[in-house]
Design a protein around this ligand. Structure first.
Ligand code: TNX
Length: 542
């Protein structure tokens, strides 16, 4: 009797399971430019025979392999890669459609005959693949149907960045690769890797080996916000040249450019601890164990410093194919330069005199930045600097990363003819709180308050900005500084889901942005986060 009931129950469950259909949804994040329902029938995922892509195109084959993996992860269905369409069964076909589509643009055509993902170049196809992945529900393949529609998008900004600080806390290459996977899911195409700072130097430089031998370690770290007590837990780690190559290749396969940053002349205590002769006083220096801005910076009057920087740039440009190299330039107090005989002599030798708003020391920093900018130009690269470089009198070929929005540097920089990347710290600092201060269950992070809604509402080119200046805004980025972010799960928690809001700022035209609509599209993305084991902050999502 029992056995019969169980059998009936199981049969019933099986019937319900097969009856339940899960519909894919093209309401994805970032929001496509157009989603046009064609009125045709849905296509059943299980009816798809495989993924067809052009033969002999390595990038498109890699795209096809990514898609096969994503579909398998979400639905359990392992689609074979095919070179031609087998008979009448529907397929997913990957196609190039230039010049009708720009390189990063995609168009998905879903019909009962199958799904065509076209891009202007392989990266456009990759973004279309991400959209299909995000459209799919996490469910068994046989229950999934995909609505017929034509879906298309072209990213609004060419530079779509996300940053990670690996100096204050070190994250190994596996974590970084996973971070790149997260960026890829969101259609982000630039990873800004903050590789050195006062608290640790993280990239092997063959000519200056002590940078990592000594500069990548600190014996302890201050607790809380410079509370004066220490944890006595060593922090150490760096990337070898092979690690860097591996990460750069991993990023490139996902159409992500890696921009390395070596912050100079400030934020250099780790390098000074390794090579005290590079500082104004000769040290001794220690790798910083607290947070903040330190007076000890590279000497501006010592020719060895310039040689050191050129050597570092030689190795960076060898390892990173990026058109841009970030040389920091922020928060460099000049108290040591004011006293240092070599800096004074250099200022005299260069004939620098204080002018208007520029002190002689600021202009000495400008001289350093210019020397390095010229050096990079000869190698066919461009320098990016934090907006402090505007206070140094550099020429407009340098790209400005605008972070101090309260003094309107983005506007100043575009007025001065610089290309600008907007990364305002009131909004795009993901080390800031996501929850209101009174929320008791949030981790100790930098402070501030930048909830999801605020990130979403950010407009990099306000209507008040004249069109010729708007053209200089090449993109938007958020930064994840790691003073308070000591482990992977917290990095993810700070990143997600604000990265989803950032991606829509980067991709969608302003008239397509709608916060309520975004929140309605978000749950399916959160499902993917959970399936991948990525923590996120569940705030604001009601
Ligand atoms: C400012 S943004 C910094 C970083 C800190 C960050 C903390 C910038 C160019 N400098 O050194 O980590 O604030 O939010």
């Amino acid at each position: 009797m029992h056995r019969i009931i169980v059998t009936i129950l199981l049969a019933g469950i099986a019937a319900i399971a097969t009856a339940a259909t899960h519909r894919a949804s093209w309401a994805t994040v970032p929001r496509p430019d157009t989603v046009v329902a064609t009125g045709q029938a849905d296509v059943a995922l299980a009816s798809i025979a495989g993924i067809v892509c052009p033969t002999g195109d390595a990038a498109m084959h890699r795209n096809a392999a990514f898609l096969a993996d994503y579909v398998a992860q979400s639905t359990g269905l392992r689609l074979p890669l095919l070179t031609t369409r087998p008979g009448e069964r529907p397929v997913i076909s990957l196609e190039l459609d230039a010049p009708r589509l720009s390189p990063e643009a995609y168009r998905i055509t879903a019909t009962p005959d199958g799904i065509a993902i076209a891009g202007g170049a392989p990266q456009g196809v990759f973004y279309g693949i991400q959209t299909l992945r995000k459209a799919l529900p996490l469910a068994a393949a046989r229950s999934i149907v995909i609505p017929s529609a034509i879906v298309s998008a072209t990213p609004r900004f060419a530079y779509r960045g996300m940053h990670l600080d690996v100096s204050r806390h070190f994250f190994g290459k596996e974590m970084v690769k996973e971070y790149l996977d997260i960026l890829a899911l969101h259609g982000i195409n630039t990873f800004h890797w903050h590789l050195s700072d006062d608290q640790g130097w993280r990239i092997e430089i063959a000519k200056w080996p002590r940078l990592t031998q000594e500069g990548s370690r600190r014996p302890r770290t201050v607790i809380g916000r410079n509370a004066g007590i220490y944890d006595n837990v060593p922090v150490e780690g760096y990337y070898t040249r092979d690690d860097i190559r591996e990460v750069v290749a991993y990023a490139a396969a996902r159409y992500i450019t890696v921009i390395p940053e070596i912050d100079m002349p400030g934020h250099m205590r780790a390098a000074l601890a390794a090579y005290p002769e590079l500082g104004c006083t000769g040290g001794p220096y220690t790798v910083a164990e607290t947070w903040g801005v330190f007076d000890e910076i590279l000497c501006g009057g010592n020719d060895t410093v310039y040689q050191f920087l050129r050597d570092v740039l030689d190795e960076l440009t060898e390892l990173f194919p990026s058109p841009y190299i970030h040389l920091g330039g922020d928060e460099a107090p000049k108290s040591e330069w004011e006293r240092c005989p070599r800096c004074r002599a250099k200022i005299a030798q260069l004939g620098i005199a204080a002018t208007g708003r520029l002190t002689a020391e600021n202009q000495l920093q400008g001289h350093m930045v210019r020397m390095m900018s010229d050096y990079l130009k000869h190698k066919g690269r461009r320098l990016i600097g934090w907006d402090e470089i505007l206070e140094c009198g550099v020429d407009s070929s340098a790209v400005v990363m605008s972070w101090r929005d309260y003094i309107k540097d983005g506007a100043d920089a575009t007025a001065a003819g610089h290309d600008v990347i907007m990364a305002p710290n009131s909004t795009m600092y993901f080390d800031h709180n996501q929850l209101p201060a009174e929320h008791r269950r949030q981790p100790l992070v930098f402070g501030g308050y930048s909830p999801l809604s605020k990130v979403y509402a950010y407009e990099p080119c306000p209507a008040t900005m004249p069109a010729e200046r708007q053209r200089h805004v090449i993109g938007v980025q958020a930064n994840l500084w790691a003073e308070y972010i000591a482990y992977r799960e917290l990095a993810h928690y700070q990143l997600l889901p604000r990265l989803a809001a950032l991606s829509e700022v980067q991709w969608a035209q302003p008239q397509r942005k709608d916060y309520a609509d975004f929140l309605a599209r978000l749950p399916r993305l959160l499902d993917i986060y959970r399936a991948c084991g990525w923590r996120y902050c569940p705030h604001d999502i009601k």
